[in-house]
Design a protein around this ligand. Sequence first.
Ligand code: DGY
Length: 421
Amino acid sequence: MTTDRIEAAHATLRANDRGGYTVPNPRIYPFQWNWDSAFVAMGFGTFDMSRAFDEIDLLLKGQWDNGLVPHIVFHAPADNYFPGPAVWGTNQPTPSSGITQSPVLASAARHLWEATKGQPEAEARLARIYPGLVRYHDWWHTTRDPKGTGLVTTLHPWETGGDNSPAWDQPLERVPSETVTPVVRRDDKVVDPSMRPLAIDYQRYIHLVDTYRATGWDPAKMLAVSPFRVADIGTNAILHRAELDLLAMSHRFGTPAERARIVERIPAMGAAIGRQWDAADGHFYSRDLISDTPIKVATSGGFLPLWAGCASAAQAGALESTLMGWLRQVRYAVPSTNPADPRYEPRRYWRGPIWSVVNWMIAEGFAGYGYTDIAGRIRADTRALVTKNGFWEYFDPRDGTGLGGPDFSWTAAIDLLLTPA
Ligand code: DGY
């Protein structure tokens, strides 16, 4: 049983392998995605370490001179995704989008390092990857937090990974729906539209792409003109954790100057994330950086300061109570939005469904604070969803129905990470 399951996960990753990089699902996402590849690399790391490093190498092949690691790298043409490279118009040697995505990458590299410590071949591969990770983190801080507030800005819902989360409803109201680029969606032709973002969401997503393309993808101009500027709690927590992982690797692969830079940034980020805590609600919130107010919509990203290791012991306890409250309303952990929120939709993409990758980080986070029961519950649910239905993109928290695309790479990768040794 376990062997069949492991083989099925391997087969899913192999089937989505395009020769060194992995597509999340060929019918919906036919290119390489940034945070998907970080999880996929860890998944490959359980059975093919060389292939795991290839995944990171090819993602970094799309890295810009300024350090940005794009959210999509278009290694080979495919006409079944919108917006494709022509819409982005980024003029990069390896075609790519012009925005980034949740920076799990350094954490994935650290994970592979821990799994291979002392193996010369792996060390050599990490030594080659490491400088790209440093440049990526420097990019985050210099271009997305130029004033040194401790919180990085995300300029597009796609950068947060939580595209149509109810947390972005209000900030997106400032974004006009007019577009220069005609919106010709493909996603809602292959996935039931009731599981995908709305037409108005796409109008706004593309308005933002048009706006940034018009700046020539100049980071300072993008920040200055954007009508959408949020400090996503999930992205900030993921970057904080990635900084700790980069710091650990810097002792082996880096220079004292790099290390000093990273060491200086971490406490400022931790303190700024700490200020996003809402004691009354027992949750961390994202922040709207245009109105400079918290976005009081409780999402699964609000648990990620546990993954970052920057929540206090008291906050970890409060987060456990918060999550237990959510789980009394659904069968499976962890819904992407508080099920009591009127905007919660259990089948619509990031408005309610469960995502294995987020579950994995939350479970790791709780376990790190000693909350082994809730960590075990999250892991068991994540596995049960796959047992019941397979490697779906996301799942309904009420009955576990598989949603979005089937045979999804990152769901298979997380299943491998959760498989008992
Ligand atoms: C999509 O296309 O739906 C992705 O989430 C954005 O990159």
